[in-house]
Write a protein of this length. Structure first.
Lengths: 450, 121
């Protein structure tokens, strides 16, 4: 049996997660298809902010809480050595994430799992020295692949990190298996290219595709990406057989430039990669060969991200129907603002949006007479958001909104129930009839002497 | 030269880092790439986005995948966790750029016309 890294045997990397909240089902197909490493990328800037709020509530939180689900899915493969799991699900509390895995293992009666936790990205204790704000909710440096390589060399089955750069999670096993040197810039750049393409799960296999997205096959069962990376850094990007989605020149190039600024200088902690030398060859059958990445010396600094409180926000949404839907929505939002201002509430910023008109497009929408200006949308949703330093001010604005219901423009209506799919208990009301005397018999007037 | 909307010529995807939105435009072939390279300048993109983007716009070229990259500064209302916008990540910015009209050579116009999605009503 050949081991990954042996001559002629590419390393198979599975992109098991693209964000906190991603689907779990595609992971099973990756594991069944066979991956040497299941890599789960859980963090985004916004995610860290969400985790910071979690940790404010409970010091034992601060990691992505669906981590145990990934570990449980991978456990049989981890235990017999078919695969290893690498994830930055530790967020801003990797130690707690490590504990969660240990707890899961104990609960499931699993023994023999070697779990490595990478810490050290948290620089909040050094805030003063680094000139960072002293009220930071978190301050983390984006680490590179080295500590993960160290953990793999030490025999870890699971490596949990905090803020490690997304692509570095994938670079690490390639360095470990292929033995690439830390100054082999082109190889490191190839690894970062591979990682960058694999780190957003379905976004390289047909998800979010801006071409003929409606022809993406079987999106309900979208397959997450697999990268087969050879020792020279060349990768074939594909997905498990029998899954939905697609891997084409088009889906891969859309991901290649995603969240990249200068494509000739993609900054990673371990290398500066040039994506403009990358060549994509569509081999057909959901296989795209990725080759030609070049790189140069790593930056002397780590990028960091610091988070501080920025006040409070509130928001409301109202729907208005034709006729004059936009005019009514604008009047309604003005009504809410006007009452808050008349009450002297210290709101620092107001933001109005009109869904159905230009909520997303802003000034890119032509509101001129021959475009939207002459159209009367069948309905418009007005959204008013506000920001204030004082939480109570934000709440006070919201409390006053109801007046609009009976005192504002006509045809006000709702936009549905829970904002983010959270269950809302529904209640049924039905009229009924009951005999008067049977009720009267139970009517009592108690007089209590005080 | 015929005038066409970028929607008929390009794909687009946008991403976010802090208060920066990055938008990629993908042409279907070398000729279409040259056409957008000539027309879709950083200045035009800055003007197109109007008040949505408060800072400067930079442009980069990726001819290997027939793509242009625009980096839009001060573009997300202060960054996702701070923004009051519904689209706090700027996920629609790529689509917003496809509203732009540009002049293209006849052969590029003839080859343009990305298909539109059917609506299964």
């Amino acid at each position: 049996m050949t081991e990954p890294g042996d001559a002629g045997r590419p390393v198979r990397l599975g992109g098991g997660q693209g964000f906190y909240g991603d689907g779990h089902e595609p992971v099973a197909a990756l594991l069944e298809a066979g991956v040497d490493y299941l890599v789960c990328e859980a963090l985004a800037e916004l995610t860290l902010a969400i985790l910071a709020k979690d940790r404010l509530r409970d010091e034992a939180l601060g990691y992505t809480r669906d981590l145990p689900r990934y570990v449980a899915a991978a456990a049989p493969y981890l235990l017999d050595g078919r695969t290893r799991l690498i994830t930055n699900a530790g967020g801003i509390n990797p130690v707690a994430a490590g504990r969660a895995i240990a707890g899961l293992a104990k609960e499931a009666g699993v023994s023999g799992l070697r779990v490595a936790t990478v810490v050290g990205d948290d620089v909040r204790p050094r805030a003063a020295e680094l000139g960072l704000p002293d009220d930071a909710l978190f301050a983390n440096a984006y680490l590179g692949a080295r500590p993960i390589v160290e953990a793999l060399a030490a025999g870890a089955d699971v490596v949990v990190t905090g803020r490690v750069a997304d692509a570095s999670l994938f670079l690490a096993p390639l360095v470990h298996e292929h033995g690439w040197a830390w100054d082999d810039w082109d190889r490191l750049a190839a690894g970062v290219t591979a990682g960058h393409l694999l780190e957003c799960s379905g976004q390289v296999t047909g998800g979010n595709y801006s071409g003929a997205w409606w022809e993406n096959p079987d999106p309900l069962h979208i397959g997450f990406p697999i990268g087969e990376v050879a020792a020279d850094g060349t990768m074939v990007l594909t997905k498990p057989e029998g899954t939905g989605g697609m891997v084409t020149f088009d889906t891969v190039r859309e991901q290649l430039l995603y969240e990249v600024h200068d494509p000739a200088r993609y900054l990673n902690p371990d290398v500066v990669a040039d994506f403009t030398t990358v060549r994509l060859d569509d081999l057909g059958d959901d296989r795209v060969r990725v080759s030609g990445a070049t790189g140069g010396p790593a930056p002397h600094t780590y990028k960091g991200l610091v988070c501080t409180p920025a006040g409070w926000a509130g928001e409301v949404r109202f729907g208005y129907s034709w006729p004059d839907a936009e005019a009514k929505a604008r009047a309604a939002l003005g009504f809410v603002r006007g009452r808050a201002e008349a009450a002297g509430l210290a709101v620092d910023e107001w933001h109005e949006e009109y869904f159905g008109v230009n909520a997303y497009g802003g000034d890119t929408v032509d509101l001129g007479p021959r475009a939207v200006g002459d159209l009367e949308p069948p309905e418009v949703i007005g959204r008013l958001a506000w920001r204030a330093a004082d939480r109570d001010v934000v709440a006070a604005v919201a409390r006053d909104v109801g007046v609009l219901g009976l005192s504002g423009p006509p045809t006000i209506t709702g936009t549905g129930r829970a904002r983010d799919g959270k269950p809302t208990q529904l209640l049924s009301v039905e009229p009924f009839f009951v005999d008067r005397s049977s009720v009267d018999a139970g009517v009592r007037v108690d007089l209590q002497a005080l | 030269m015929p005038r066409i909307q970028l929607r008929d010529l390009c794909g687009a995807r946008s991403g976010d880092k802090g208060d920066i939105s990055d938008v990629s435009l993908f042409a279907d072939d070398a000729a279409a790439y040259e056409a957008i390279r000539a027309e879709v300048t950083a200045e035009r993109v800055r003007e197109h986005f109007g008040t949505l983007v408060q800072g400067p716009v930079e442009r980069y070229e990726a001819p290997n995948v027939w793509a242009l990259k625009f980096v839009l500064h001060d573009a997300l209302g202060g960054g996702a966790p701070r923004s009051l916008r519904a689209d706090n990540l700027g996920k629609t910015f790529g689509a917003n750029l496809l509203r732009l009209w540009i002049d293209v050579p006849d052969d590029v116009a003839a080859g343009a016309g990305r298909r539109k999605a059917p609506v299964p009503r």
